[in-house]
Design a protein around this ligand. Structure first.
Ligand SMILES: Cc1ncc(COP(=O)(O)O)c(C=O)c1O
Length: 359
């Protein structure tokens, strides 16, 4: 038996999810990396201090880096990772972003802009020509695909080529797709960002973020920012996220199968005016007529939980405009649905009886 658990030849994503970030195969070694609870390490090695490094983070980073095909850094939250990427650009730089990206990311851009730090240009992500035009003079093109909650999809290779021609970095929030359904680094994207909180951890029990890149210089800049600002994950969160990641392929496959079936049925229900689904993944959105009906819908189920966040094993849904920071172009009656891994028939029965109640 080889001590080194690294496979001899390249392996497929499901195998990476299960095997990456494991301790060496030595007698009495644990199969799972332990929780290293340490604020400091004996001097003279590579770790030194708990804000710089932690072996439990490293195991998670090896696994997610393996799935995305780059080098990974974990962060305290998805938004800590987003902030680290926005900090990359110089004073007065132009940043292009989708108008329907996650409202927290847009709020960060608005905050930076209000303090004179940068200029942001918000675009319709599906109007590729407009996005390409907006890349001119940009320092950073921020993509999120599919978007939260509008579920718009970007033409990643075309936009990335245009951004690079303009000398801009391209970062993509891959939270909804996960590296199993989309590997943006293969399309030339410079930085992939995740809210690990969602599918990667997968059990609604940890808040964490990550950045993955193939560019060593960018990795060093991001690591330098993390060391300096201290937006580091907790050790337990990293351990939970790695444990969640082990079943990512099974969870995503099941959530996607459930979502496809539910989307088909939702589209045929008379109370539903619109269904948005990018064709892949476990997130969909339905639009019903107005906020009141959407609120009645989200409060009339037993299995589906009205809760923010997404990507857990359990099905959750949320009327997004209940957040005053959500984009005003999102319909009042839009309910984002994070389809879980329960039995699809049970999920449908619960949704159908709630939709049937709508006046
Ligand atoms: C697409 C997307 N990106 C980033 C974030 C922020 O991540 P976190 O909540 O882990 O800070 C979220 C959170 O909902 C999200 O949906």
């Amino acid at each position: 038996m080889a001590d080194d658990p690294t496979p001899a030849r390249p392996v497929r994503p499901a195998t990476i999810a299960v095997t990456a970030g494991r301790p060496p195969h030595l007698p009495d070694a644990p199969l799972n990396v332990p929780l290293t609870m340490a604020s400091t390490y004996v001097a003279g090695g590579d770790l030194e201090y708990g804000r710089y490094a932690n072996p439990t983070w490293t195991a998670f980073e090896d696994a997610l880096g393996g799935l995305e095909g780059g080098r990974c850094l974990s962060f305290a939250s998805g938004l800590a990772a987003v902030a680290t990427v926005f900090d990359l650009v110089g004073q007065d730089a132009k940043v292009v972003a989708p108008r329907h990206a996650y409202h927290g990311s847009i709020a960060q851009l608005a905050d930076l802009e209000s303090r004179g730090r940068l200029t942001s240009v918000l675009v319709d992500l599906e109007d590729t020509d407009a996005v390409v035009k907006a890349c001119d003079d940009a320092a950073l093109v921020w993509l999120e695909s599919p978007t939260n909650p509008a579920l718009e999809v970007a033409d990643i290779p075309t936009i990335t080529a245009a951004a690079h021609a303009a000398g801009a970095y391209v970062a993509l929030d891959n939270t909804f797709a996960t590296p199993l359904l989309q590997r943006p680094l293969d399309d030339g994207v410079d930085l992939v960002v995740h809210s690990v909180t969602k599918y990667l951890a997968g059990h609604s029990d940890a808040v964490m973020g990550a950045i993955v890149t193939r560019d060593d210089a960018l990795y060093d800049v991001m690591k330098g920012r993390r060391d300096l600002l201290g937006a580091i994950p907790g050790t337990l969160e990293a351990w939970l996220a790695l444990r969640g990641l082990r079943t990512l392929h099974l969870r995503v496959e099941r959530a996607q199968a459930n979502a496809r079936e539910l989307v088909r049925r939702l589209a045929a229900h008379p109370a539903v005016t619109e269904v948005r689904y990018p064709g892949f993944g476990g997130i969909a959105a339905v639009v019903v007529d107005g906020a009141d009906r959407a609120d009645l819908f989200t409060h009339s189920t037993r299995l589906w939980v009205h809760a923010t966040s997404l990507g857990g094993v359990e099905s959750t849904f949320e009327r997004r405009r209940r957040w005053r920071t959500e984009a005003p172009t999102i319909p009042e009656g839009l309910v984002r649905m994070s389809v879980g891994i329960e039995d699809a028939e049970d999920l449908w029965d619960d949704l159908e009886q709630a939709l049937d109640l709508l006046p």
